[in-house]
Ligand binder design. Structure first.
Ligand SMILES: [Zn+2]
Length: 326
């Protein structure tokens, strides 16, 4: 049997062993709501953040408070205890999840750059986050292709995080399917971040712009975007990225009350911010940030030798934060 056949077979086996309802089938979502519960079974103790029905079956969106991994599963697979958000904070106060929420809210008073902007201290490498704000231009596929080409020998699938807005998903189904195909081929491992449904941007000062714009409906921005992600086969992570990286203390608290951890960036490349060890790097992949994309390709080139020697890695955001807060 050829190597590739063996690896295909073991992949299929792995898939069967870890069988869970596929998000691809969630096209009839109803009664989608914020719902905090403790979910336990023989081997897991998870936090429910959302519940919904699909084809008359009840589903949960679950977070592992130690690894920050999320999944969708049937409610019938768990014993459930109802909680409210303050219970979650108290019961899991020593978990990676609540420590990360605390760290994000500690920076919530700033108008820009609230949330966690750095992961994995003292490690050689970065966390890459790519924002897909609404855009008429096609996806900058070169970013993803370059990551794959550079890391194919050292990290396959290469981890990165993509922040998706609803309006981007609606306008770019082919690009979204292309990204999903890279995940299916195990070329990339994508953490999907909620970047709001409408991603409002106007000409007003920052205090009235983006999510702070008058008339913003947070339930639409957060929950409708998650529903659209699920409909498109994306499992929403426990993370949230503020449009424009703009927020205030009140809105950070409101976003955290949805159970979401705001993720900032300390290296927005197009703004000239240089990444250092453990940086959460931000580039826009929606065709509107040529400079950022060029800077990133240049960065990859300068790190080429280090990538080969595994002295410069891409880190999974969830694993980076686990390491930082465990
Ligand atoms: Zn954006």
């Amino acid at each position: 049997m050829s190597l590739s056949k063996i690896s295909t077979l073991s992949f299929v086996l792995l898939f069967l062993l870890s069988f869970r309802p596929l998000a691809q089938n969630l096209t009839e979502i109803k009664r989608y709501k914020v719902n905090f519960e403790l979910a336990t079974n023989a081997s897991e103790k998870l936090i429910v953040t959302r519940s919904f029905t699909n084809n008359k079956q009840k589903y949960l969106l679950l977070t592992n408070p130690e690894t920050l991994y999320t999944k969708v599963d049937l409610a019938s697979n768990y014993t459930l205890t109802s909680l409210d958000y303050s219970n979650v904070l108290a019961i899991f106060k020593n978990s990676v999840y609540v420590k990360a929420l605390d760290a994000a809210s500690a920076r919530s008073t700033q108008l820009q750059n609230a949330g966690i902007d750095h992961a994995i201290p003292d490690e050689k490498g970065i966390v890459l986050t790519i924002d897909l704000c609404p855009s008429h231009k096609p996806l900058d596929r070169i970013i993803f292709q370059s990551v794959f080409d550079e890391f194919i020998k050292t990290e396959k699938p290469a981890p990165l995080a993509v922040s998706v807005s609803g309006k981007w998903m609606l306008k770019h189904p082919d690009d979204l399917n292309w990204l999903k195909s890279l995940v299916e081929k195990r070329a990339l491992n994508i953490t999907w971040i909620n970047h709001t449904y409408n991603h409002e941007v106007n000409n007003l000062p920052l205090v009235e712009n983006f999510l702070l714009a008058p008339g913003t409906n947070l339930d639409v921005e957060v929950l409708e975007n998650e529903k659209l992600m699920l409909k498109n086969g994306l499992i929403p992570s426990v993370f949230f990225r503020f449009p424009g990286l703009v927020s205030d203390k009140t809105i950070v608290q409101k976003i955290e009350a949805y159970g979401l951890i705001p993720i900032d960036s300390d290296a927005w490349l197009a703004k000239g911010q240089q990444p250092n060890a453990g940086s959460i790097v931000l580039i826009h992949g929606n065709g509107n940030e040529e400079i950022g994309v060029k800077d990133f390709i240049r960065l990859l080139k300068t790190k080429q030798a280090n990538v080969k020697n595994k002295q410069w890695l891409l880190f999974d955001l969830r694993q980076g934060l686990e390491k930082e807060f465990e």
